[in-house]
Design a protein around this ligand. Structure first.
Ligand code: ADP
Ligand code: MG
Length: 249
């Protein structure tokens, strides 16, 4: 059994079947990519895994426990952390303050902006935040305004914010979208390093095939809300159904 088991998940938005009988099993400590054309249901699926959406039918088990009916916070506490499609950092805060937020919030269950001052007084939070920034090779940027960083560094910060919680499963929704090639390559290197150095499972939704084939050990192709193929990267590359549905051939 995989660390994440999705069984017969269906999700409708009015008349639109966004997910139809999705079955997916993600092996522990692997990197599993979910690819597919725009509108295939990739983000919807991810939202169903983290409690942002509730499937109409089906089950989602993380380490044998159902995530359905739990809040995003509860699911996060179970060990699932997620990087959204658009960066979700606080541009007005420093890099260090951004890193402190998930560490602070995972202890207190919530975060309010007026808590920033309190955070600075919590020595353990500050130290842990600096430790993670160091692991991310970002300690020299701790006092920078988060908004002034490059797209690649913002992503690095966000991924670090997730890792500060020591998740067992890291979910990434198009982490390199809108990035210049150099930033994309830095993100690939960072994710490779995370894979090598940690006991972590990574599920990545990604459009960029260079990223997918650099990282994934297993690939699921989603088309019109349903998995079309699941296989190892070498078999996905030449798969006629994939070429037709995904590459438009
Ligand atoms: P992907 O991430 O693969 O591009 P999405 O999961 O975002 O695809 O969307 C799948 C389909 O569901 C699309 O047709 C999209 O327009 C639709 N959809 C997504 N979210 C909503 C929503 N909240 N309300 C209505 N339709 C939605
Ligand atoms: Mg999407």
């Amino acid at each position: 059994m995989g660390i994440l088991e999705v069984k017969n998940v269906n999700k409708r938005f009015g008349g639109l079947q966004a997910l139809g009988d999705v079955n997916l099993s993600i092996r522990e400590n692997s990197c599993h990519a979910i690819i597919g054309p725009n509108g295939a249901g990739k983000s919807t699926l991810l939202n169903c895994l983290v409690g942002k959406l509730i499937p109409d039918t089906g089950s989602v088990l993380f380490d044998g426990q159902s995530v359905l009916g739990r809040t995003p916070y509860e699911i996060n506490q179970m060990g699932i952390s997620r990087v959204f499609q658009t960066p979700e950092i606080f541009g007005d805060l420093s890099v260090l303050e951004n890193m402190m937020i998930p560490i602070f919030a995972s202890r207190d269950g919530s975060f309010r902006m007026h808590a920033i001052e309190n955070m600075h007084n919590e020595k353990a939070v500050v130290e842990r935040a600096k430790q993670v920034l160091d692991e991310m090779n970002m300690l020299d940027k701790q006092h920078m305004h988060a908004a002034s960083m490059s797209r690649g560094d913002k992503r690095r910060l966000e991924i670090g914010m997730c890792l500060s919680q020591n998740p067992r499963l890291l979910l990434l929704d198009e982490p390199t979208a809108g990035m210049a090639r150099a930033d994309t390559n830095n993100t690939i290197d960072l994710l490779k390093q995370i894979k090598d150095e940690r006991d972590i499972t990574i599920a990545i939704i990604e459009h960029d095939m260079h990223v997918v084939f650099s990282l994934a050990e297993r690939i699921t192709v989603l088309a019109q809300g349903t998995p079309l193929v699941e296989d190892d990267p070498e078999n996905i590359k030449g798969h006629p159904k994939v070429r037709e549905a995904y590459l438009g051939e």
